[in-house]
Design a protein around this ligand. Structure first.
Ligand code: ADP
Length: 256
């Protein structure tokens, strides 16, 4: 049989190994805790729409056949809550996807035309005004096209959801980064809440967010995607005046 030889380690080396080992266990513990918290929060979020669906299904069973009005009301409610669950589960998958570090599909992206195309689609979908400002037509970055589009959509969707006016988007050329700055003139975010909005499921106003179809996961997903791209997302806001969200992405370095 093969023998495993154990080398003689010095006390210092053993102490170092123990410290590293403890740190690894600590990290695993924290990850496990985060996962447990996620499962508990996600179940909680799914509970409300499922309860509504179940009560309407019960109502349909008892009185649906005789009463057309009740039938219609129940079908509407079930459809709308089922749509909500569908959107939520899609978000859960997006979140899981963006917590992994490695699966980016990087290509060179010409930002001005990329943004313009997305904004044109969103203007039609939301029937709202999005004004796009940019000076540098040559800005390019390396990014995963689908994921970048997702971050932009999450940010614009929020700007439109929490305001009623037009929004402005600026594409800016900073020293190391390309910056997409989304400015809305809506309800804003209280100063002491800004650090919380990137937490999973966190919503400043739960009822309002639910009414607009929010899940509280958008910004967590956006933050993960920005991190995967070695970028950053920054928020400035004044309650009652509006919000600015900046997406900072490393520029492609010129080789000439
Ligand atoms: P949601 O799906 O609820 O919009 P997000 O994770 O995208 O979830 O955002 C978290 C919370 O941050 C929102 O519920 C809202 O309270 C706040 N928020 C995000 N963007 C804006 C904005 N542009 N203006 C005002 N509040 C915002």
């Amino acid at each position: 049989p093969k023998r495993i030889s154990i080398q003689h380690e010095t006390k210092d080396e053993l102490t170092k190994m123990a410290v590293t080992f403890n740190r690894m266990i600590g990290r695993l513990d924290a990850n496990l805790e985060r996962q447990k918290q996620f499962i508990s929060d996600a179940s909680h979020e799914l509970k409300t729409p499922l309860t509504v669906i179940k009560s309407y299904a019960d109502l349909l069973r008892r009185r649906g056949i005789q009463n057309a009005e009740i039938t219609l009301e129940a079908i509407e409610a079930i459809h709308s809550e089922a749509t909500r669950i569908q959107r939520m589960t899609e978000r859960f998958l997006d979140l899981a996807n963006t917590e992994l570090e490695h699966d980016l599909d990087l290509i060179s992206i010409h930002l001005a035309s990329f943004c313009e195309k997305i904004f044109n689609q969103l203007k039609i979908a939301y029937k709202r005004e999005i004004i796009f400002h940019y000076d540098n037509d040559a800005l390019t970055i390396m990014a995963d096209e689908l994921k970048l589009k997702q971050v932009i959509i999450i940010t614009i969707d929020n700007a439109l959801k929490y305001s009623t006016d037009r929004i402005d988007v600026y594409l800016e050329d900073h020293e190391h980064n390309a910056v997409i700055r989304v400015v809305d003139y809506g309800i804003g975010i209280p100063h002491n809440e800004i650090e919380n909005i990137f937490e999973r499921f966190y919503r400043v106003d739960k009822a309002r967010s639910r009414a607009t179809g929010g899940t509280g996961l958008g910004l967590s997903i956006a933050k993960n995607i920005m991190k995967q791209h070695h970028g950053e997302i920054k928020v400035k806001s004044t309650e009652g005046e509006g919000t600015e969200v900046e997406l900072h992405l490393p520029k492609t370095q010129k080789t000439d």
